[in-house]
Design a protein around this ligand. Structure first.
Ligand SMILES: Cc1ncc(COP(=O)(O)O)c(C=O)c1O
Length: 399
């Protein structure tokens, strides 16, 4: 039978980061050693206290459906953390717990966007924003930001993109893939524009705890009650507590929007896993020590990787302020040759590095860049050190 798939499936591609992760896993399964800087997850194990909470939940038979939007105990932990970290005050009806922050964002796009709507997405961007917007029949409108200005948002450029169709802007600070962090002044200008043009702000703060060099993460929602009332703050436990497999994300925001997102969830996935919810309560309430220690490790790994990358002729890499990705500029390697062809795109380079050096990174194209490649600095130091040597050797071989 010739299957005719829904046209929406033709608008998007499968997640390239997850695809690269699958390729790496397959290579490792064949016994090929891979220096894996593609993964978007911490190398640390999930904290023991979190695992124990999950085991206790199983023993207590907490294994059935829960309320669709999340258990009260977890919503209370989320409300407390929003209050203590950002001074934000939410009621339980303003909190939705979903199966990962990606799912939170998917619920948002389905609940808020219609055909013809536009959403402004600063570029480079996390790979799933445009695809999820497209799946909702809406249009991503990219706001180009520049490496030379640390990927800052220029308010005038942002305003120039706002039309009658614009419904929302997505912020991601700290940013995957650039590691940039918006300062308060930038957020104030974005907030002013959002209020004046009646836009919703989606603030994806999943990397909020992973900041370095004394930088501070500010949530745009914390600037004033007015901007808080038109902001959906998205977060989750995946990155901060090394819980990528547990699938818990959450959002705080306007009651009506949260309710609509909850309805979509109730007709699609139902509640996030009961056991994971119990584990997330402990992560959020008791995980600060884990974060502190992970950030210390990541900080040293970040410095080592950035130094290693900048030592390679043809590569320049700014120092990321947050998240756990280096985003080196590889544009001067375009046009260089190897035995099997010419490097014309970041994808060509990523494939060459994997083949020649067993080094895995994610090419810039799906993040909206033709000049960069993304390397996670989550692997242990020994892997980063040897990986950078292999990377240098592979690039040295290019003609
Ligand atoms: C910017 C950003 N937002 C959201 C997510 C989704 O995280 P999760 O669905 O694991 O909670 C990711 C994961 O890579 C991310 O990088």
């Amino acid at each position: 039978m010739a299957l005719t798939l829904a046209t929406r499936t033709t608008r998007i591609v499968a997640s390239p980061t997850l695809q690269m992760a699958a390729t790496v896993k397959a290579m490792k399964a064949k016994g090929i050693p891979v220096f894996d800087f593609a993964a978007g997850e911490p190398a640390q194990e999930t904290p023991d206290i979190v695992k124990q909470a999950a085991q206790a939940a199983i023993q207590a038979n907490f294994t059935k459906y829960t309320p669709v939007t999340g258990i009260d105990e977890l919503k209370e932990a989320i409300i407390d953390t929003f209050r203590s970290t950002h001074g934000l005050d939410y009621e339980k009806s303003q909190i939705l717990v979903s199966c990962g922050a990606k799912h939170t964002l998917y619920n948002f796009t389905q609940a808020f966007l219609e055909a013809g709507d536009e959403v402004i997405v600063p570029s480079p961007y996390w790979v799933s924003y445009p695809e999820q917007i497209l799946l909702a029949d809406a249009t991503p409108v990219f706001l180009k930001t520049e490496e030379s200005s640390a990927y800052a948002i220029d308010a005038a450029s942002l305003e120039a993109l706002i039309t009658k169709k614009t419904k929302a802007i997505i912020l991601n600070s700290p940013c995957n893939p650039t590691g940039s962090l918006y300062d308060r002044a930038t957020l104030e200008r974005v907030a002013e524009l959002a209020i004046r043009h009646d836009l919703l702000v989606v603030s994806d703060e999943i990397y909020e705890h992973l900041v370095y060099d004394g930088h501070q993460h500010t949530s745009i929602a914390s600037l004033s009650p007015e901007i808080a009332s038109r902001t959906l703050v998205v977060n989750g436990v995946s990155k901060s507590y090394s819980m990528t497999g547990w699938r818990i994300g959450y959002a705080g925001g306007p009651k009506d929007l949260i309710a609509a997102m909850g309805h979509i969830q109730s007709q699609s996935t139902s509640n996030p896993a009961s056991i994971s919810q119990k584990a997330a309560v402990v992560a959020i309430r008791e995980g600060q020590t884990f974060i502190d220690s992970m950030v210390q490790d990541l900080d040293i790994q970040r410095t080592t990787m950035v130094k290693g990358l900048n030592a390679i002729p043809g590569i320049t890499c700014p120092t990321p302020r947050g998240a756990f990705y280096a985003f080196p500029n590889i544009s001067s390697l375009m046009g260089r040759q190897h035995s099997k062809g010419i490097i014309r795109t970041p994808s060509d380079l990523a494939q060459y590095l994997l083949r020649e050096g067993n080094v895995a990174g994610v090419a810039g194209e799906p993040f909206g860049s033709l000049e960069h490649i993304r390397f996670s600095y989550t692997p242990p130091m020994s892997v980063i050190k040897e990986g950078m040597e292999r990377l240098a050797a592979a690039i040295h071989k290019l003609q």
